[in-house]
Design a protein around this ligand. Structure first.
Ligand code: AMP
Length: 571
């Protein structure tokens, strides 16, 4: 095994490395560091955050800086302000004992004059977002004509964020003699184009499909109705009283909504998204880093580049559109040899993606039932008692008050005192979970096939009376029941019905109720508000070559609903 010492670092860097607690190089460091030291090759590295990639390029590049040459020798381009600041902070840590080495971060959304002043003092290394860098180059403040190395970090994300033109412009203006290192979590067409156009015969390094912490990450999921996502999130938070995690949402609006609800429900949470001002984002991040916040609700973009250690949980409030992002998200936990948990809250449609995720990460996602109210109350109670047992008592400070306190409580027995103290915090959970529904039961109800079918068959009941069955059942609550002209004989199974509904769902989370498959026809239920959409979309469909026919069932009871759905029909 290679050590940092054997790799040839100078004592200054070795001292900093030791202080950072890096005992041995990570796999990406083992591959990249010797390449940077011993060759002139360009490199493409398929690796995510969490692999130790910043140090993989940062440590050897710092080693190669000529401190007496005041020109900029290394330029690192990164997609976000947070990542630039992170890289710059990491570099400052690595070069703690390399006196005089200057690393300057520059990024959009901040005062350009301050950055100009910083650059004018000299910058051996610049960590920049592409837009601001180009601006500073045009102003002739940032100069890259002498750079020896150009690093493109998170190249896929820079392109996703629309920095293509800026990247092209900067690449064109950089000297042909430089070495280019390109890091990306994915090798999309656009990233390959950049690599092909600007890198000279690069050495390709792929560091697994997972981050270095992946071995320590446990992946699990809960299946719920889409409408119960938030309730599920609350249960996850409640069963993990010491959670320190990120809740990933897909949109800014969802991020805001979830965070608002959590705050209203007395959770220690806040939101991080692109609609916040830079100062607000910094404030939220500061609280999260200091652990004054337990849950950070964030969009993927806003959470990019955040390097917070010891995150216990990553929660996918829903799955990202691009499944590869699942790996990025879960890589936020399980870092630096710590264990972590990645939890996904999935509805039916998303559950079908579990196998894809498992293939991608090479690990199983464990399906768990959501904890019951009783389990949560027990957990909270013991957590509270643990806290009470372990609280540090400042004897000297509390002593002067004890006499009065004892006097005030003298009418209560020890048991009564304990009960009252515990109830102070615990009542909230008892009250909330007293009548809480069993979300698992709810979640599992829709795919149930009518149990009566088999029995009837066994009894040889023969042909089913369509009219009789059709009006036998009432849909529950706000669900409506549809008749479908396909059944067992057509090879129809519940999965097909769910598929037909969802294929036409146009991105809505349609809640599906019971599905009854009969011999030559079927019934299914959907939430009333989706009835017109489902009806309209499905009536044009085909199943195994047969035209699909859907109608509202339970005519006598659903006239109003039927009208509503049929009203949309264009004849
Ligand atoms: P990165 O992939 O650059 O985001 O790094 C992920 C985390 O791993 C950072 O917090 C680094 O400080 C840490 N790290 C990097 N290299 C090592 C190492 N050799 N040993 C332990 N931790 C490391």
């Amino acid at each position: 095994m290679l050590t940092f010492k054997a790799m040839g670092f100078s004592p200054n860097l070795l001292k900093a490395i030791e202080e950072l607690g890096f005992l041995k190089p990570t796999p990406i460091q083992e591959e990249i560091i010797p390449l940077i030291f011993d060759t002139d090759s360009d490199i493409t590295g398929l690796a995510q955050t969490g692999t130790g990639k910043t140090a993989a390029f940062g440590l050897p590049l710092i080693e190669q800086i000529d401190i007496h040459d005041k020109q900029t020798q290394v330029l690192i381009l990164a997609p976000t302000r947070e990542l630039c600041m992170q890289i710059s902070k990491d570099f400052q840590n690595y070069s703690k004992y390399n006196d005089g080495l200057r690393v300057v971060p520059v990024y959009g959304g901040a005062n350009i004059d301050t950055q100009i002043r910083a650059l004018k003092k000299g910058a051996h290394i610049i960590a920049a977002t592409p837009g601001r860098m180009l601006d500073l180059m045009k102003r002739k403040v940032a100069k890259i004509d002498q750079i020896q190395t150009l690093v493109l970090d998170e190249a896929d994300e820079m392109l996703n964020m629309g920095f293509k033109d800026e990247l092209d412009a900067i690449m064109e203006k950089s000297p042909g003699s430089k070495r280019t290192l390109l890091f990306s979590a994915t090798m999309s067409k656009e990233v390959s184009r950049i690599a092909q156009k600007y890198l000279k015969d690069p050495v390709r390094i792929t560091i697994g499909k997972q981050n270095s912490g992946a071995e320590n990450i446990q992946h699990m999921y809960y299946q719920v109705h889409a409408q119960d996502r938030y309730l599920a999130l609350k249960r996850i938070a409640d069963i993990n009283p010491n959670i320190y995690g990120i809740v990933f949402c897909r949109t800014r609006q969802e991020t805001k909504d979830v965070a608002d609800k959590l705050i209203k429900d007395a959770y220690n949470a806040d939101a991080l998204h692109g609609d916040l001002s830079q100062a607000q984002r910094d404030h939220v991040m500061k609280r999260f880093r200091e652990r004054s916040l337990q849950m950070l609700v964030a969009t993927d973009v806003a959470a990019r580049g955040i390097d917070v250690q010891e995150i216990s949980h990553v929660i996918n409030y829903n799955l990202p559109d691009e499944l590869e992002i699942y790996t990025h998200r879960s890589g936020r936990t399980g870092r630096a040899d710590k264990s972590g948990i990645a939890i996904s809250i999935l509805n039916y449609r998303e559950v079908s993606k579990v196998t894809q995720i498992e293939k991608m990460i090479g690990k199983r996602l464990q399906k768990l039932p959501l904890p019951s109210g009783e389990e949560i109350c027990k957990k909270q109670l013991f957590n509270m008692i643990d806290r009470m047992e372990n609280v540090e008592v400042d004897e000297a400070q509390i002593e002067p008050f004890m006499e009065a306190v004892n006097k005030k409580l003298s009418w209560l027995t020890k048991e009564q005192i304990i009960k009252r103290f515990v109830s102070l915090e615990f009542n909230r959970f008892l009250k909330y979970y007293r009548d809480a529904p069993d979300l698992n039961k709810k979640a599992n109800s829709p795919v149930k096939v009518d149990a009566g079918r088999k029995d009837r068959k066994r009894k040889g009941s023969g042909k089913e009376d369509f009219q009789q069955i059709r009006s036998r059942r009432k849909p529950r609550g706000n669900y409506v029941r549809f008749f479908l002209n396909l059944g067992n004989k057509d090879g129809l199974i519940p999965k097909n019905v769910i598929g037909m509904i969802n294929d036409n769902a146009q991105d809505r989370d349609i809640n599906i109720g019971d599905i009854d498959i009969k011999d030559s026809f079927s019934f299914f239920e959907v939430e009333e508000k989706f009835a017109p959409v489902v009806h309209d979309a499905m009536r044009h469909g085909k199943f195994k070559g047969r035209k699909v026919k859907v109608e509202l069932a339970l005519e006598n009871e659903s006239k109003g609903k039927k009208k509503k759905a049929k009203g949309k029909k264009k004849r």
